[in-house]
Design a protein around this ligand. Structure first.
Ligand code: UD1
Length: 422
């Protein structure tokens, strides 16, 4: 891969921000939205509650929560996209009542919601599960002290939203520090919320009576950027990744340097190039600012052709190495111990294969592997990838990747990749 790529808005920030936007009864404009299926389904789910959702252009939307008539988000949306559960925090905060379909099992692990419930209950809500719906109700919400037993992005954002209108002060301890938590807090503050400390592990929220309109731009996507950085490394290329916040990429840049890549950092871009042999390292996924679990499959692909034996220890999700079976068909030498540690013996090269994307990030990692491989590959079930990467194949083609998406009805869910990408 050689050239430049422009990173889109952060999917995971956008999902929280869209839910938070309808907590105001005035017009809110959100810019730099990524045009990916998760975001588009979230917009449909919000429109389904009666809110005004007006697409201004491909990356901009106007929302207004004053017309909401239903506090229910049903299964037809949640089946396809998990983050619909952010409507729980938003509607509990605003209307003291919400019902959202229980997110189904996810390919990467169990993904419980106990910490979300614990936070809502601390604020005074009663939570229950009825007919596969999570129900939250409160007669009043009062600021409270919440200590999260595990660091959860979703629970931090959800409880932060629910507490925006709670009377008095809420303190969230052991909060997640991910860039998208900070972006949702900044957005809520732009609507008049009083949130301090987002980005640290203690967030304080002083309740306000109402939120007003806002015009807000979503941050760039840390994981999309990291994925292109990994693609540059795996294909021994030279890629300038533009429109990023380099601070958010430090754990990824640091690891790629340790592997032997050159990483140059600019104000809003990073360049990754490979001009020497790559070698093995140890990686452990951790909450931010640690190495992101959402970059675990991509870094595994990079390490699969790096000299020596690497280990990748997944500490966030218990079932995130399913894709290794797919990688093995490309000639990698990886064993997974106890389901959580991949031991990777670097091989000289990968060969093309018929592959199936098992989840969003694993799917992206398989695409990277196929671009680095000798021989043609076909990747099936790419709707997982389209959930989170805007114009993925177009961006890769611009970097010299020979990749096309099947364009008839039967092949629409596949990527076809040809050998010897730049
Ligand atoms: C978010 C991201 C996802 C990323 C993950 C970790 C979105 C839409 N998704 O997912 O891409 O992989 O953060 O960075 O932003 N947990 C509990 N109880 C709970 C909630 C979580 O035990 O109530 C556990 C989970 O099982 C997991 C860990 O906490 O082991 C982290 O999960 P969490 O941060 O909540 O992930 P999500 O918000 O679902």
């Amino acid at each position: 891969m050689v050239g430049e790529v422009q990173i889109s808005g952060a999917k995971n920030a956008a999902l929280g921000i869209l839910a938070a936007a309808v907590m105001a009864d005035e017009d809110v404009i959100i810019r730099n939205l990524p045009d990916v299926s998760d975001v588009n389904i979230m917009l449909e789910a919000i429109a389904g509650t009666g809110a005004v959702v007006k697409r201004l252009d491909r990356h901009e939307v106007l929302l207004n929560g004053s017309t909401i008539r239903s506090h229910v988000v049903d299964n037809s949306y949640i089946r396809k996209m998990r983050a619909g559960y952010y409507m729980l925090g938003a509607f509990l905060g605003k209307y003291h009542s919400a019902r959202v379909a229980l997110p189904g099992g996810c390919p990467i692990g169990v993904r419980p919601i106990d910490q979300h419930r614990k936070g809502f209950e601390a604020l005074g809500a009663v939570t229950s599960i009825e007919n596969n719906m999570i129900c939250v109700e409160a007669s009043e919400l009062k600021g409270a002290y919440v200590y999260f037993d595990s660091v959860s992005v979703g629970a931090t954002i959800n409880v932060m939203m629910a507490s925006v209108f709670a009377e008095g002060r809420t303190v969230l301890e052991n909060a997640a520090k991910e860039p998208h938590v900070v972006d949702v807090a900044n957005f809520l503050n732009s609507m008049g919320a009083h949130i301090k400390g987002a980005g640290t592990d203690v967030i304080r929220i002083d309740g306000v009576k109402k939120l007003h309109g806002s015009d807000y731009t979503v941050i760039p996507d840390q994981i999309e950027a990291g994925t292109f950085m990994a693609a540059a490394a795996a294909t021994r290329g030279d890629v300038l990744v533009r429109n990023v916040i380099p601070k958010h990429l430090e754990s990824i840049s640091g690891k790629l340097r340790e592997i032997g890549c050159t990483v140059e950092v600019y104000d809003d871009a990073v360049r990754v190039l490979v001009n020497r042999e790559l070698h093995s390292v140890r990686v452990k996924t951790l909450p931010y600012p640690g190495f992101p679990t959402d970059m675990q499959p991509q870094i595994t692909v990079v390490l699969s052709t790096a000299k020596g034996t690497s280990t990748v220890n997944e500490t966030i999700f218990e079932n995130r190495f399913k894709y290794v079976d797919e990688l093995m068909r490309m000639g990698t030498n990886i064993t997974v111990e106890h389901g959580s540690i991949a031991v990777i013996d670097g091989v000289k090269g990968l060969k093309g294969a018929q592959l199936v994307a098992t989840d969003l990030r694993a799917g992206a990692a398989l695409v990277i592997a196929a671009l680095a491989a000798d021989g043609d590959s076909v990747i099936d079930d790419i709707e997982f990838i389209l959930r989170g990467y805007e114009d993925f194949e177009r961006k890769l083609r611009a970097l010299g990747g020979d990749i096309v998406m099947g364009d008839d009805e039967k092949e629409a869910k596949k990527f076809f990749l040809k050998a010897n990408a730049v």
